[in-house]
Write a protein that binds this ligand. Structure first.
Ligand code: AMP
Ligand code: ZN
Length: 119
């Protein structure tokens, strides 16, 4: 039995506001947006975090980032930009143990890395 929240979103058991889907990834809006544009890109394969990658996952990670930047541009963030973030494990502030890329845009975020979530 898989109890991972993002696996449940991928399987459709839990609803999400989907932005993009193909056979290997899903992008959806964050339920608690920290910026006017805040979405997540997740692999359909359950990977706990960026510190638990297999070497065969490296190309997949590249495709996740490629899609994230395409979506960021589609959502109007090409000119002003935004922030692509991956939190990893406890010290990184990861709360959902299924690898995900955050994109935050649509407002100026503070440049200090440590305060990215507050912006
Ligand atoms: P992290 O802290 O990096 O693990 O990020 C987890 C993110 O998942 C947070 O920004 C949450 O707001 C978001 N989140 C939690 N539950 C849901 C959900 N059901 N749908 C969409 N986003 C969610
Ligand atoms: Zn999962």
């Amino acid at each position: 039995m898989n109890i991972c929240l993002f696996c449940k979103i991928i399987s459709g058991e839990i609803p999400a506001k989907k932005l993009y889907e193909d056979d290997e990834m899903l992008a959806f809006y964050d339920i608690k947006p920290m910026a006017p544009v805040h979405f997540l890109v997740v692999p359909k394969k359950h990977i706990n975090n960026l510190l638990e990658l297999e070497s065969s996952d490296s190309a997949l990670i590249g495709r996740l980032f490629y899609k994230a930047q395409e979506l960021a541009k589609e959502l109007g963030c090409e000119e002003k930009g935004g922030r692509f973030i991956i939190n990893a494990k406890k010290d990184g502030g990861q709360t959902i143990d299924h690898l995900h890329i955050h994109f935050l845009g649509g407002r100026a975020l503070r440049p200090k890395l440590a305060s990215w979530f507050m912006g």
